[in-house]
Design a protein around this ligand. Structure first.
Ligand SMILES: Cc1cc2nc3c(=O)[nH]c(=O)nc-3n(C[C@H](O)[C@H](O)[C@H](O)COP(=O)(O)OP(=O)(O)OC[C@H]3O[C@@H](n4cnc5c(N)ncnc54)[C@H](O)[C@@H]3O)c2cc1C
Length: 476
């Protein structure tokens, strides 16, 4: 089974040819028998990723242990027209690793070595299966910061975060994954190994293939090594929290903070439904009657951080905050951040299925966008709560509903279609950080236009003439 983008389960339109015994023998010869799975019970776990509603069974799951093995698998797959879906931790939220056409799921987690952390050059070289948290931890041990910090960092792999250009809570001040990728080793679907970029901060020789592969969602090449920029670790960090009567008031405060010349390291919001759910779940002592909660924070020199936080609190109060608190200690900061970290688990317990979505609008339109989301949810009789990154306009409308109620699931899909369109009408986009995958592909033409979609297909064909890499996703 797979599902249509409308959330209605249907038999897979293209279940894919089974992997025949001769191909399985060749795969075992390449990676070792212990690293090829093809029994139903073994491959079932790779039919899904973290995206609800999408599933399709692969013919085989292959775990390569070197770039050479990746190249040999891809060469074999290209010669036999077998689809290959690269996969890290499978934590994506857009069905990007669901093997819609069957074939091989190529799991990169055995390539899990940090090869180098260079404190003079401020860079790291690592394999794609290292998790974001492992890399950040290794950098921190040398007094350095690996800035990309998706909420999934303890599981998400470096390869997956590059392939989705993952964001996180620090986007406004530190940017997203693409700002840190200096160079890549990657294997083309034909088996050819390429190196793009390198250790240089400045290098404009040729088209920027590093940037093109970053965010290419496993449709152009398989990343087998990455060279990533690091920063000196900030000396300290602190967080504050403000409650507002309405999200529009919080939106004005965000505009004032940024307009005042401050670039906060944290600027996150929760709407009223999120505040209520988090409080019911974690009993953090949040003010459930508030219309919005804003978390603000900064890092760097401790004296400067203190001044910045006091100023942000002042600006919040000036825009009608009911209350603004600045944490005095690291432990207090962590306690405040818990409100944001709990949002997803708190919402997840409200019903059997949680559809966490991702849209971005220009920062000044956040409050208007949340109003549009609330109106859409009411029209479709759904619970949709919204939290997100106020600093970069990236919202996570999250629908909780009953998975067994096909009608509600269908309404949720319709509602999200309207939400993506509302984001585009407000000058925004259908995904700020989670990616397109299979889930957002139906909306991509509206976002890019037919001319650009055709160009994407031509680019895809140049990298992947046999069309084997992650079919049914970007470039299809
Ligand atoms: C609780 C939770 C919180 C999250 N928070 C955030 C967040 O704050 N910000 C954010 O941006 N995302 C977030 N995500 C989404 C997800 O974690 C990210 O998209 C992450 O980058 C995926 O990494 P992964 O290793 O799981 O990749 P996968 O899910 O395995 O793969 C993602 C895509 O990358 C491709 N891919 C994987 N490895 C390679 C490779 N080596 N070469 C080429 N292509 C490859 C796949 O084909 C697929 O298209 C969250 C998810 C969850 C479940």
């Amino acid at each position: 089974m797979t599902t249509t983008p409308t959330g209605t389960p249907v038999t897979a339109a293209s279940p894919g040819r089974p992997i025949d015994a001769a191909v399985l023998r060749e795969l075992r010869a390449i990676v070792g028998a212990g690293h090829v799975q093809h029994e139903d019970g073994d491959v079932a776990a790779y039919a899904r990723d973290a995206t609800p509603l999408f599933s399709a069974r692969p013919g085989a799951v292959v775990h390569p242990g070197s770039t050479e093995e990746v190249a040999a698998v891809l060469k074999l797959a290209s010669s036999r027209s077998i689809p290959v879906v690269p996969r890290g931790a499978g934590s994506n939220l857009c069905a990007a690793t669901v093997p819609l056409s069957g074939g091989i799921v190529l799991v990169l987690t055995r390539l899990d070595r940090i090869l180098e952390i260079d404190t003079d050059e401020l860079l790291a070289v690592c394999q794609p299966g290292v998790t974001s948290a492992e890399l950040a931890g290794a950098a921190a041990a040398r007094g350095l910061l690996y800035a990309p910090d998706p909420g999934s960092r303890t599981v998400a792999t470096v390869g997956g975060t590059i392939a989705t250009c993952a964001g996180g809570l620090r986007g406004l001040k530190y940017g997203v994954t693409r700002n840190y990728v200096l160079g890549l080793e990657a294997v083309l679907p034909t088996g050819e190994v390429i190196r793009t970029g390198g250790r240089l901060w400045k290098d404009v020789a040729g088209y920027d293939l590093t940037r093109l592969l970053t965010g290419s969602e496993g449709t152009l090449a398989v990343i087998t090594e990455a060279t990533l920029a690091l920063l000196p670790a900030p000396e300290s960090g602190a967080t504050g929290l403000a409650y507002f009567p309405t999200l529009a008031d919080a939106g004005r405060a965000v505009a004032r903070i940024i307009g005042s010349g401050l670039v906060p390291a944290t600027l996150e919001f929760l709407d009223a439904k999120c505040i209520e759910a988090v409080e019911a779940y974690a009993r953090l002592g949040l003010r459930s009657e508030a219309g919005a909660l804003l978390l603000f924070g900064d890092d760097g020199d401790p004296a400067l951080v203190g001044r910045h936080l006091d100023r942000m609190a002042e600006l919040c109060l000036g825009e009608g905050a009911l209350e603004a608190t600045v944490a005095g200690t690291a432990a207090e900061s962590e306690a405040l951040l818990a409100a944001r970290r709990c949002s997803l688990p708190a919402l997840s317990r409200l019903d059997s299925i949680t559809i966490l979505e991702d849209a971005s609008v220009p920062r000044p339109r956040i409050a208007e966008m949340v109003e549009r989301i609330d109106a859409i949810a009411a029209r479709h009789d759904l619970t949709i709560a919204t939290f997100g990154h106020a600093g970069d306009g990236n919202l996570h409308p999250t629908c909780v509903t009953d998975a067994a109620d096909g009608d509600a699931v269908g309404r949720a899909h319709l509602a999200f279609g309207e939400i993506f369109r509302a984001a585009m009408e407000l000058g925004g986009t259908i995904t700020g950080e989670h990616g397109v995958g299979a889930a957002k592909l139906p909306y991509l033409t509206e976002r890019l236009g037919t001319g650009q979609m055709a160009l994407l297909r031509r680019l895809k064909a140049a990298f992947d003439p046999a069309g084997i890499l992650n079919p049914g996703k970007l470039g299809s």
